[in-house]
Design a protein around this ligand. Structure first.
Ligand SMILES: Nc1nc2c(c(=O)[nH]1)N(C=O)[C@@H](CNc1ccc(C(=O)N[C@@H](CCC(=O)O)C(=O)O)cc1)CN2
Ligand SMILES: Nc1ncnc2c1ncn2[C@@H]1O[C@H](COP(=O)(O)OP(=O)(O)OP(=O)(O)O)[C@@H](O)[C@H]1O
Length: 208
């Protein structure tokens, strides 16, 4: 069998899983988003968080935004990933509220505009977040993650590989994005769990 470390095999799997989630109907998407958010609300990493990041969905990604009103009621500060201008393909995490000016980035994803994002007071470094809700294209039963292929989250979270204070990482996806097994790349930053509309998959505790 071809190894999934092989870039062509990885690309093919990514394409297949993206096609699968894009095929969901509007009603299926809406129901999945509600079920996902119910599952997320039970997670201690979500309940305890005062500063959290999520994402605005594109291309059939499961929608975490039904949580926004719940976060607002609980006074949780919400941040969005923004592609850092002129950089190394890493992310800023920028405040998302009613007055945040939004534009589409080069991938067609809405994000806070560069002038707003460039102001220090409007953003946080990833280590200062309590929890990140991380989008993904594929996951497996060990909570391994495959993303869009840009390495944006892995680069932005590389500091976590060195130990020290670190945010909780919760991957989210449609249940149909689960596969038997994914290869773990050396730069992959492990998630605590993946939550779907159907289940919570916990990563097994790391051996010390
Ligand atoms: N909703 C959402 N926002 C997010 C992410 C995400 O996965 N989902 N990201 C998570 O990292 C970052 C953006 N990463 C992305 C990486 C690749 C592509 C993408 O569509 N690539 C095209 C080819 C490139 C192109 O069009 O120029 C492709 O794969 O077909 C999109 C976003 C930040 N914001
Ligand atoms: N910490 C890092 N430093 C430098 N390059 C990195 C780092 N993390 C990932 N990369 C590079 O990013 C590229 C994409 O990685 P990968 O295929 O794992 O993306 P992904 O995790 O699926 O994408 P994303 O995180 O954007 O959703 C790889 O070529 C990898 O070399």
């Amino acid at each position: 069998m071809q190894s999934l470390h092989d870039p062509d095999a990885k690309r093919a799997l990514r394409r297949q899983l993206r096609r699968k989630r894009s095929a969901l109907s509007r009603d299926e998407q809406r129901q999945a988003a509600l079920d996902l958010c119910l599952n997320l609300k039970h997670l201690p990493e979500i309940q305890r968080a005062r500063r959290i990041s999520l994402y605005l969905p594109v291309n059939g990604e499961i929608d975490p935004t039904p949580l926004l009103s719940w976060f607002q009621k609980r006074n949780v500060a919400v941040y969005l990933p923004v592609l850092r201008p002129l950089s190394d393909n890493s992310l800023w995490f920028v405040a998302y509220h009613a007055r945040t000016p939004m534009v589409k980035n080069r991938f067609g994803i809405l994000e806070p505009d560069t002038r707003f994002a460039a102001q220090r007071r409007n953003r946080l470094p990833a280590w200062a977040l309590d929890t990140l809700i991380v989008p993904l294209v594929g996951f497996d039963g060990h909570a391994n993650r495959m993303g869009m292929g840009g390495g944006f989250y892995d680069r932005s979270l590389a500091f976590m590989r060195r130990g020290g204070p670190a945010p909780n990482l919760i991957g989210v996806a449609h249940a149909c994005q689960q596969v038997e097994a994914l290869p773990v790349e050396p730069w992959d930053v492990p998630l605590s769990a993946v939550v779907s509309d159907e289940a919570v998959v916990r990563a097994s505790k790391k051996k010390s």
